[in-house]
Design a protein around this ligand. Sequence first.
Ligand SMILES: [Mn+2]
Length: 305
Amino acid sequence: MKETNFKIPIDFQTYSSSNTIFGVEYSKEITDADVVFIGIPFDLSTSYRSGARFAPSKIREVSRIISGVDFFIRREIFKEITLKDFGDIEVYYDIEKSIKKIENDIYGILGKNRIIIAGGDHLITYSVLKALNKKFGKINLLDLDAHIDSWNTVNHNSLNHGTWLRRTIEEGILKNVYQVGIRGSIYSSKDLEFLKNNNINIIDIRKFKNNGIENIAREINKNLCDERFYLTIDIDVVDPAYAPATGIPEPGGLSSFEIMEFLRHLDFNNFIGGDIVEVSPPYDVSDITSILAANLFFIMLSKLP
Ligand SMILES: [Mn+2]
């Protein structure tokens, strides 16, 4: 049995463990890690509320209330895998410089390990996918999001959290793409043409709610999780009643239970990495959004092969 790097908080107070993700070891030496957690406190490309720069530290802080075994998955995952907290990627007061650095730094971290990342706004995913592409070639992408994020420009700006998916698709680095939970208003019905022309599968929130969690997960497992895939979760896919702390809240979304249960039904065998973005702690109520994000990271880990 692996000497666990996770100190299950039975003998001491949870809040006295180190302020890392789930209280694991902080280290830049990650060659022996199965999974590396990375914070990317970049939010210069948000178009409404900012504050996602504070998410990595807040999610680390609240993650320490999680006790090590998901109630439904029932695995002592920290005895099976070694998770290390790499700390944060330093970013600049400059969008283009930052996203280039994020791409380079992520590429430098990639080894045999999987990565899980706390953003940051959704533009970071563009950099992460470019880094993953350099290592793995084309990959599948599962995007849980309220918004289509595939505008050519937002306010005449082409590189931001509303354009990242379009920029990524234009790079030609993705294979199958699913967007799940889409419901946010669009500027024109023409906004959907780009997605249609590029064969992006959209499971909007109505289809999700009408078809049931297990059926949706089955379709995605069959068509997307059968090959290397990256999972990006924009926390705004969750209803603001459950996750109020985000840049652009969209009513009518998933409940906490629905997104947790959806992840529990996903096949993570070909998971190479994932992120949770757009959590903005200054807008939170009693840390509920960050606590949900920490739980989603925990489910991802608990599902790893
Ligand atoms: Mn998004």
